[in-house]
Design a protein around this ligand. Structure first.
Ligand code: ZN
Length: 200
């Protein structure tokens, strides 16, 4: 592809094109936007990235990503120690926090068990999860994993692993999304929704 600008700008475009959801075309548009708004956007963005690069750490308790260790969620004294929400990724943790329903503690596994991809229990942050439950104080472990084969395999594995402890393991309901129309749902989602129907 012919370059449209000098090597410095080309490099900016190439790096932006590596971001999820951005192809070469949208990367060029983003680069141009940043360059046009260099005072209010490019400068502050560069500074924010530099600070993030220097200060981001993985929380040694829960596996979350933050600029402090323990992370701000683990350090928050107002959170309920009795409820532990297990998620696959930090992105999932962020999604649940956006829902503003839980005031619980979290545990980030760093993925899901996947025999086909060679991901076993030792590749995930599972040992630390068992230690946290074994330490006592947790009454419910919510397995907020993906509704995929790997996610559900992981949920079953963890439930088995935690069975010696006095802790209730729950999982998220599977079913009709809020605002969803039945006619548009796939058979698997409809079957799951029927199985987990509730009293009115
Ligand atoms: Zn943490």
């Amino acid at each position: 592809m012919a370059s449209v600008a000098g090597p410095e700008i080309e490099r900016l475009i190439q790096l932006l094109a590596r971001l999820p959801g951005l192809g070469p075309r949208s990367a060029r548009r983003a680069a141009l936007h940043l360059i046009r708004k260099r005072e209010e956007l490019l400068g502050p963005l560069g500074e924010a990235m530099r600070v993030a690069r220097e200060r981001i750490v993985t929380c040694s308790i829960c596996g979350n990503i933050d600029t402090s260790n323990p992370c701000s969620l683990c350090a928050d004294a107002r959170r309920d120690d009795a409820t532990l929400v297990v998620v696959e990724t930090v992105g999932d943790l962020w999604a649940l926090e956006r829902a503003q329903v839980l005031n619980a503690r979290y545990h980030v596994l760093g993925g899901a068990l996947s025999p086909l991809d060679g991901v076993g229990p030792d590749d995930l942050n599972i040992g630390a999860l068992v230690s946290r439950v074994a330490a006592g104080g947790v009454r419910e472990v919510i397995l907020a994993v993906n509704a995929t084969v790997d996610g559900q395999t992981t949920a079953h594995y963890i439930t088995e692993l935690l069975s010696p402890y006095e802790v209730k393991c729950t999982r998220l309901a599977h079913g009709v999304p809020v605002g969803g129309e039945l006619d548009y749902l796939d058979e698997g989602t409809l079957a799951a929704a029927l199985k987990s129907r509730t009293d009115l």
